[in-house]
Design a protein. Structure first.
Length: 298
């Protein structure tokens, strides 16, 4: 932890991350309910284009350098696109609670990518968390016989989620402007999705008033506010700290799906979700040696 950061800022960063996890968790059942009236790729295109245009107008009014660090935004934008497109398509085939829990497995991928891409050795607790997460996924889906295409697509989204968190951390620690970076990646995701819709001749129609309002909600809250808050928080918080708080996202997803989403409560899914959530918590626990190091550095 960086010693010169006031405690109040750290607390505000954590509260912002809790907000992001709650908002993202609430979207699973909302998106699933709206997919009957709008194509999933087009939904992604509309929500991120709308969020990007709003943020772009604000940045232009503030006379900000909107093309600053565009190469980094391109990487984040592609990762975000490969996160949201398969996740949204996957929601057509799996339940909102399953999607939330499987997406939460991104925390298990973070130690793997830290070792292979960022050359940082994962701790024993992180490796343990990965194993528990995989067991939880098997329990959640009922074993390989019950796995559907939606679960597989969502698992692919979880891998890009982990990469997005890690690269966001790298770029924010390098001093990138979170508003400019968010705007650029929103527009990349939105325009790439709409272009994909044109190439594949997908329907651009939004078939109901409800689906339209869901898209507006997704643009304003899970996209515009939550992602900007995440980037701001990652200026001062470690990726493991961020991932630990984001571990609450699948819990919020299941809670909203089983209540407001009217999904049936299934015992084995709840047990699998509990295992995954336990793994997410384990992944943020320090090893005994790191505890000792922290105490000596205080």
């Amino acid at each position: 932890m960086q010693p010169n950061i006031p405690k109040k800022k750290l607390v505000l960063a954590d509260l912002g991350l809790f907000y992001a996890a709650a908002v993202w968790g609430a979207t699973f059942f909302m998106v699933k309910g709206a997919l009957a009236d709008v194509d999933p790729i087009i939904m992604v295109g509309y929500r991120f284009t709308m969020a990007g245009v709003i943020l772009l107008a604000w940045l232009l009014a503030k006379k900000q350098p909107i093309f600053e660090g565009f190469g980094r935004a391109m990487i984040l934008g592609l990762l975000l696109w490969f996160l949201y497109v398969p996740q949204t398509i996957g929601l057509k085939y799996t339940t909102a609670s399953n999607s939330g829990f499987i997406t939460g497995l991104f925390v298990a991928f973070i130690p793997l990518f830290m070792r292979t891409i960022f050359k940082k050795k994962p701790s024993v607790m992180e490796l343990l968390a990965s194993a528990v997460s995989l067991i939880g996924l098997l329990v959640l889906t009922g074993g390989m016989a019950d796995v559907n295409i939606g679960d597989i697509l969502t698992l692919a989204a979880a891998t890009t989620y982990a990469l997005h968190v890690l690269y966001s951390d790298k770029y924010m620690k390098a001093g990138m402007n979170p508003f400019i970076l968010a705007c650029q990646q929103f527009l990349i995701v939105g325009l790439l999705s709409l272009l994909t819709g044109l190439v594949l001749d997908l329907p651009f129609r939004v078939g109901s008033f409800h689906a339209g309002w869901v898209i507006v909600f997704l643009a304003l809250f899970p996209s515009l506010t939550a992602f900007v808050i995440q980037l701001m928080a990652q200026k001062i918080r470690s990726p493991l700290r961020v991932s630990l708080i984001f571990a609450l996202e699948p819990v919020f997803a299941a809670a909203f799906a089983w209540t407001l989403g009217n999904e049936n409560f299934v015992t084995h899914r709840a047990i699998g979700g509990l295992l995954i959530f336990s793994a997410l918590i384990i992944s943020g626990l320090p090893t005994p040696s790191s505890k000792k190091a922290i105490s000596t550095n205080k």
